[in-house]
Design a protein around this ligand. Sequence first.
Ligand code: DMJ
Length: 633
Amino acid sequence: MTTPALLPLSGRRIPTLTPGVSSFPHHRATLRLSEKFILLLILSAFITLCFGAFFFLPDSSKHKRFDLGLEDVLIPHIEPGKEGKHNAGGQLEEEESLRDKIRADHERALQEAKEKLRKSKDELKAEIQTEKTKVAEDLKKKDGPKPLPPVPMPKLVGVNDGDPGDPDTKEKRDKIREMMKHAWDSYRQYGWGHNELKPLAKKGHSTNIFGNSQMGATIVDALDTLYIMGLHDEFKDGQEWIEQNLDFSVNAEVSVFEVNIRFIGGLLAAYYLSGQEVFKVKAVQLAEKLLPAFNTPTGIPWAMVNLKSGVGRNWGWASAGSSILAEFGTLHMEFVHLTYLSGNPAYYEKVRHIRKLLAKMDRPNGLYPNYLNPRTGRWGQHHTSVGGLGDSFYEYLLKAWLMSDKTDTEARKTYDDAIEAIERHLIRKSNGGLTFIGEWKNGHLERKMGHLTCFAGGMFALGADGSPDDKAGHYLQLGAEIAHTCHESYDRTVLKLGPEAFKFDSGLEAVAVRQNEKYYILRPEVIETYWYMWRFTHDPKYRQWGWEATQAIDKYCRVSGGFSGVKDVYSSNPTYDDVQQSFFLAETLKYLYLLFSGDDLLPLENWVFNTEAHPLPVLHMANITLPGSQNQG
Ligand code: DMJ
């Protein structure tokens, strides 16, 4: 037995003792009783200490130190799950195998380090970048958006059909598909990721409606056209770009209206057609970024919003700081779908509020002025237009009704009243017998019609069924007359393409007068009206007019780097504006393709096209309660 060492108690050195044998024999006889007592006390303290140490000190047997040459590594001695399953011999073996494993790991690490040192700086950089990206992606996955609640998919009819049957029509349709491919491929090659394309300079292009963002407007706008044309590789390419690059946390001041009709409309349509969740998620993410635009004293949104800061403002050119009727009045369709798909009532509440506010306002001559001040809630200048600044407000009243499976009768009534006032004050027949829609300016009718206004032919035809007092025939006829006038505006030019605006004054009919109104920028409205008229009448002249326009576009607007607008449709030697607008792929080519397809492609009973030609399915509202609609009345 070894002799335990006594701890010093009071600074005095205590001699070592062996129990029963004194270290100091010459003193034995002289030990007094009190000294014996002290010794006994020390001994009992020593036993207590040993006892305590046994129970309370950490069990060092559970850890082993291995000298690995470089540093000491403290590792758990017992592997989890193996407790209690080993005996003394097994324990030794296990320790040995652990040592081997650590040695092997260490050697491998050294080897890797040596290899790393042999790699070039660039290779190392690339490796680090890959690691970084992986970590960022993992983080994104963790903190990424919550999945949206599942909702029943509305009935999706006729997304892949439309074979026109006869070979001549099929050939024309193929030609239009080829034009789409040329427009897309050129953008893919020269403008990829930019909002639009400069087809002559062969580089990216953008305008102030997108702020200084680079959000691939053409990709988003073109997706559904690619899909219905069966250009699936191109569609996939676009989808991949959106998945990897479309980011809305950008410091850019964008147009709320344009972002809504092109981006949200485009993403929603791509979602419904393809069923790919990414489009729905992106649409909702983007819509959230638009919501701060509604933070105005009246709830009428600003025209522009900074996607990052949420600060909104109006266009400098708008009358008395007003918001624009065609902008804040062209949100309803997309916002209803956003609430339906996301379960967030905010979107529906915003557009509901706009509608209620408008319903309470006085309307001069029953007309809606183009300008409304979002601070005061008062109209700006009393200008009314079915073209620029007003157009799609009327369109969305009708389409809100259609999209609700005709249950939103409030929207239908508002549309009917508005159209009735427009017919009374704005629609006239020229001396030459052309029906036109003029512009109302402070009680005076300007006898000028814009290319944009030509969409109204299609709108009247679309709204014919369901119009009051059995006026369906009248409105279909009105649609046909507007289509005819707009065709005349094309036919009376050298290029057979329509000018931006045309007059009905002093012997001049359906022609542009001012030089700055003679341009054609690949707009769709005239072709849009041909298509609606074709669907409702099947009169072959609409296909014929559509084909004339197709040929003119291919002849005068096609360049090696895509399609460009032209500056003067009355000149046989036109100059290009060098812009391939995103709506050329979203609308112009889509309406042409539909015009030469069978009616079973996107039937109008099941689909409603937003103002950028993005098809959204009819929501059978009888079976749906939108979150937030219960309190709205
Ligand atoms: C498109 O962006 C939409 O049709 C909008 O409603 C107005 N016009 C352009 C194309 O001309």
